[in-house]
Design a protein around this ligand. Structure first.
Ligand SMILES: Nc1ncnc2c1ncn2[C@@H]1O[C@H](COP(=O)(O)OP(=O)(O)OP(=O)(O)O)[C@@H](O)[C@H]1O
Ligand SMILES: [Mg+2]
Length: 433
């Protein structure tokens, strides 16, 4: 039996699986005591495509984190993303039934329940129902109507659904490692818990740039307003580099080589590098030295980065946002570590952009050796400079600590989980702030 005050998050990403173990302290917040990562090979664009490979990556990441923390975990909050995720806004209305027409928690649960009466195809499951605002007798923008007087209670919610098959495959992978799923959490929602401030949530966009996906969550007035997942991420930049090297530099370039070139010399825009900068590399096949322009390399990268932020921009427009622009953008995830990303995004989208790094992990990263993705020497190392890679994992334990007392430790089979776990109505107020 796991110790009651231990909580774990597993970020099953396209590039790496990351397990974070935390201990809930007396202030009910999470102190991180273990981190374990392992390269991920069983996912494409955020979705499990090979259960055995996924299980083996999760197992390795869990074992490393357990060894570091000195505890064994029994369950974990698990992040989910991918193009199978979709979201919609919904509206519900109920009559207030309480004595003296005072709104009770039961009324709030009923009105949120009412927003769920939308047609969801049988192959999809609800992951989150996030209240955006309440309306009491026509009075809008109410965050927390408990105890207010009124006769008519309305709610606007943001409903996030995913493909039942993708969700089941993820749960199955966790079960095969011998763990229970304490909760399934949308990855950008988790990351937001680790890197957004309260004022960011008032009017801000979170962009989690991973390997295979770029996930977006737009916040307004403290609540999630819009979410979206784009099937493009940092790995596409790497593939573009490998292809360009093969064709233009006439050099055999594996994906691992292209990754190293990206991390070492890459930049989001060719305008941010010095004209005439040259890169000298030895082709491992022909043993010949190749010299090429860093500016040209970064031009290739810029095409893809520009595409990603054009898509992000379109999502912001789609979100509506009452015709306004969010005040701030926070980019996080491994893809945000590419040099020049915040500057490029800020210039393109005309808003302040910063890289979101979870605090309170620096001291623990100092103790970790080696490379995050195990690709080899010189690649992304464990250090506080790379903290953005851990945003989703750290956010999962924050999410877990907020919902800690509410999740049951009883064993749940997959069917029960699908039926009960995703419906967060019971925890609604904790998930929005
Ligand atoms: N220092 C760095 N500079 C540039 N890019 C980097 C750096 N470190 C990691 N990356 C890139 O970050 C991406 C992986 O990010 P991350 O670990 O957040 O992805 P993931 O969570 O596994 O994937 P996803 O969220 O898409 O499922 C890869 O494309 C990798 O090349
Ligand atoms: Mg990720």
């Amino acid at each position: 039996m796991a110790r009651r005050n231990i909580i774990a998050g597993i970020d099953v990403g396209t590039t790496k699986v990351c397990t974070i173990i935390a201990e809930i302290n007396e202030n009910k917040s999470a102190d991180i005591i273990g981190i374990g990562t392992s390269p991920s090979t069983g996912l494409k664009k955020g979705m499990v495509v090979d259960i055995d490979d996924t299980v083996s990556s999760i197992q390795k990441a869990v074992t490393k984190a357990e060894r570091m923390a000195g505890v064994e975990i029994e369950s974990a909050f698990v992040g989910i993303a991918g193009s199978h995720i979709s979201s919609t806004n919904s509206h519900g209305v109920v009559a207030v039934t309480g004595e003296n027409k005072e709104i009770t928690r039961h009324d709030i649960e009923r009105v949120i329940e009412a927003t769920k009466i939308i047609s969801i195809p049988p192959e999809r499951e609800i992951i989150h129902v996030l209240p955006r605002e309440f309306i009491v007798d026509g009075c809008k923008d109410i965050k927390y109507p408990l105890g207010m007087s009124g006769v008519r209670l309305e709610a606007e919610t943001h409903i996030i659904t995913g493909s039942a098959t993708s969700i089941q495959n993820l749960i199955k992978s966790i079960h095969k490692v011998g763990l229970d799923v304490a909760g399934i959490v949308l990855q950008p929602l988790a990351a937001s818990k680790a890197v957004l401030t309260e004022s960011d949530k008032d009017s801000g966009v979170l962009v989690d740039m991973g390997g295979g996906t770029t996930d977006i969550a737009i916040f307004k007035g403290g609540s999630v307003w819009y979410t979206s997942s784009l099937p493009v991420g940092g790995d596409h930049v790497t593939k573009d580099i490998a292809e360009w090297m093969r064709r233009n530099v006439i050099m055999t370039t594996s994906i691992a080589d292209a990754e190293r070139i990206k991390v070492q010399y890459g930049c989001a825009s060719s305008e941010f590098v010095d004209e005439g900068d040259e890169i000298e590399l030895v082709d491992s096949c022909s043993n010949q030295t190749r010299i090429f322009s860093r500016e040209l390399l970064c031009e290739i990268i810029q095409f893809r980065v520009d595409e990603i932020f054009s898509l992000v921009h379109q999502e912001i427009i789609k979100a509506g946002y009452n015709g306004l622009t969010p005040s701030v953008m926070v980019v996080t995830g491994g893809g945000s570590l590419l040099k020049g990303i915040p500057e490029f995004a800020s210039r393109k989208l005309r808003m302040p952009v910063r890289v979101g790094v979870p605090d309170n992990i620096n001291s623990i990263l100092e103790y970790l050796d080696g490379s995050i993705y195990d690709i080899g020497e010189g690649y992304t190392q464990f250090s506080e400079d790379n903290g953005a890679i851990f945003s989703t994992g750290v956010g999962l334990v924050h999410y877990g600590s907020e919902n800690y007392e509410e999740y049951s430790e009883q064993d749940m089979n997959e069917e029960l989980l699908i039926k009960n776990l995703f419906d967060t109505v019971g925890k609604w107020f904790k998930n929005i702030f």
